[in-house]
Design a protein around this ligand. Structure first.
Ligand code: AP5
Ligand code: MG
Ligand code: ZN
Length: 216
C-alpha cells in the first residue's frame, strides 16, 4: 500500500502513523521527522532547514522534493510506504505523481484527518516526544506512565521547538498552501476523510476500516 496522511498541524498524523506502521509494516516517511533528525545531527541539510522549522514556515519545494525522492529510492519503500507531511503544496504533489509514476506505484489512499482549528493549540502545546525513539505523547490526552519518560524505551521526553504559540500560528497560516490538496486527491477518488476529533483509538478504528479493503 502507498498511503499518505493529510491534515492540519496537530491533527494526529504522526500519532496514527505510529499505529499504521506497526500494524501494516509500511515505513513511515515523515518529512518533518527527517528534517528534525538532520537538525539534531547538525548535517548540511539540517543547517539549511533549521530556520524554516523553528519559525513554522515551509521548507522550499525543491529541497523537500529531493529529500523525499531519495528516501523513496531506499529498498524498504519498494513494497509500500506511509507519507506524513508530504506533499504539502501542489508542486510537491505533482512531483510525487511523477516519481510514483516512474516507480509504477500510485498512491492507494490519502487519509485526510479532519479537525477544527480550535482544538489544535492545546494538542500542540501539550505534545511531548521521545528523544530516543520518537514516540509521541500528550501531557493530558496521551500521558506517559511516568512524567517526562517514554513508556516504550525509557527515553527522555522533549517539546518541539515549533510547538510555541507563535510558531503554531505561522504553521496554521502556511496550511493555506496545503489545503488545495484535499480537492486534488478528491478528484482522483482516493481521498478518505477521517474525523480527527475523536479519541486516538476511535480515529485509528476508522482508519483500519478504510484500509481493510486495500490490504493485499
Ligand atoms: P511536521 O513535522 O509535518 O509538522 P505538522 O504538519 O505541523 O504536523 P505535526 O507533526 O505538528 O502534527 P501531527 O498531525 O503529526 O500531530 P501529532 O500526531 O503529533 O512539519 C514540521 C515542519 O517541517 C513544517 O512546519 C515545515 O517547516 C517542515 N516541513 C515538513 N514537511 C514539509 C513539506 N512537505 N514541505 C515543506 N516543509 C515541510 O499529534 C499532536 C498532539 O496531539 C500529540 O501530543 C498527540 O498525542 C495529540 N493527539 C493526537 N491525536 C489526538 C486525538 N485524537 N485526541 C487527543 N489528542 C490527540
Ligand atoms: Mg507529525
Ligand atoms: Zn522512546
Amino acid at each position: 500500500m502507498q498511503l499518505m496522511l493529510l491534515g492540519l498541524p496537530g491533527a494526529g498524523k504522526g500519532t496514527q502513523a505510529e499505529r499504521i506502521t506497526a500494524d501494516y509494516g509500511v515505513p513511515h516517511i515523515s518529512t518533518g521527522d527527517m528534517f528534525r533528525k538532520a537538525i539534531a545531527a547538525g548535517t548540511e541539510l539540517g543547517n539549511e532547514v533549521k530556520a524554516y522549522l523553528d519559525s513554522g514556515r515551509l521548507v522550499p519545494d525543491e529541497l523537500t522534493i529531493r529529500v523525499v525522492r531519495d528516501r523513496l529510492e531506499q529498498s524498504d519503500a519498494k513494497d509500500g510506504f506511509l507519507l506524513d507531511g508530504f506533499p504539502r503544496t501542489l508542486p510537491q504533489a505533482e512531483a510525487l505523481d511523477a516519481t510514483l509514476g516512474s516507480m509504477e506505484r500510485p498512491l492507494s489512499a490519502v487519509l485526510y484527518i479532519h479537525v477544527p482549528q480550535d482544538v489544535l493549540l492545546a494538542r500542540l502545546t501539550g505534545r511531548r516526544i521521545c528523544k530516543s525513539c520518537g514516540s509521541t505523547y500528550h501531557v493530558v490526552f496521551q500521558p506517559p506512565a511516568a512524567e517526562g519518560v517514554c513508556d516504550k524505551c525509557g527515553g527522555e521526553l522533549y517539546q518541539r521547538s515549533d510547538d510555541t504559540e507563535e510558531a503554531v500560528a505561522t504553521r496554521l497560516e502556511q496550511y493555506a498552501h496545503t489545503a488545495p490538496l484535499v480537492g486534488y486527491y478528491q478528484q482522483r477518488g482516493i481521498l478518505h476523510q477521517v474525523d480527527g476529533t475523536r479519541s486516538i483509538d476511535d480515529v485509528y478504528a476508522e482508519i483500519r476500516q478504510i484500509l481493510s479493503p486495500l490490504r493485499r
